[in-house]
Design a protein around this ligand. Sequence first.
Ligand code: HEM
Length: 290
Amino acid sequence: MATELPPTCPFAPSERVDLSNENIPRDLAISQSYGGYLELARLLDAQHPNSREHDEMLFIIVHQVSELWIRLMLHELAGVLACVKKDDLDTSFRMFGRIARIQVQLLAVWDVVATMTPADYSAFRNSLGRASGFQSIQYRLLEFRLGNRNADYLAVHQRDPAALKTLQRALAVPSLYDEALRLLSRRGYGIPEEYLVRDFSQPYRANKQVAGAWLGVYHNAGKDRDLYELAECLIDVDHKFQSWRFQHMKTVERIIGHKPGTGGTGGVSYLAKALELRFFPELWQIRTSM
Ligand code: HEM
């Protein structure tokens, strides 16, 4: 038997939200509005498909959403780097926590992309020209900041001096991993001198003594709790990054098979090579001897 709720009950079913008792400003001329603050007019006018194919809108938006998350990730990473430089790991852990959640959002995108069939994508693929995520400045910046230094990627930006400058600057300064090793050294762990001061634009090479230092951190987890937490945060970033690369590769394989990419690489064969990348190699190596 259905129970009648009194008409004044706040949980009574209703067909519309009653706004009459809310103190809502109606004239926003003198204040900032939601859309104005977020520049929604610009943001929502930045989707211009090249074709009339239905799925191109999805393709544009998943890329834009990913770029926005990467933007926030870069912002958090800048905060983390500043903390590591000044030995303030406790503050960095909140940012690391946020980075992990952003990475989950980046991973969630593949679920949406995978709703597109090969035919759906082929219908507008030719209208993309040479455009490819391969040219994403922010993605490359993220890789450089974390520790994957590879100057060969600069070549595709030669016609964009501003992008080139940003990426060259990021290549020249220590990465998050370089800063973590410097911190370990300050805390008394043996890091070879040539790893503390080096040409940071060159790729990082894994080193036995560095592996030994991280192993020491894991053994001293009780005393150096914050360094131990740092090691686990770094592994988490790397792990989730690898999951992103894997999901990207598999989703691409599902949609274009082994066709070449619009950016000029072999496609899946190129993406598979990147699966071997490790930002923090010794942290992976030492797990075998733990
Ligand atoms: C239908 C969906 C997609 C297809 C078919 C696709 C395909 C590809 C291919 C084949 C490459 C290799 C480079 C090339 O030759 O183009 C690539 C690279 C890349 N894509 Fe995608 N992609 C898709 C969606 C996305 C999305 C949603 C993002 C999010 C930002 C993204 C970001 C990237 C990045 C950053 C690279 C460079 C990876 C690296 O150099 O390691 N892609 N993509």
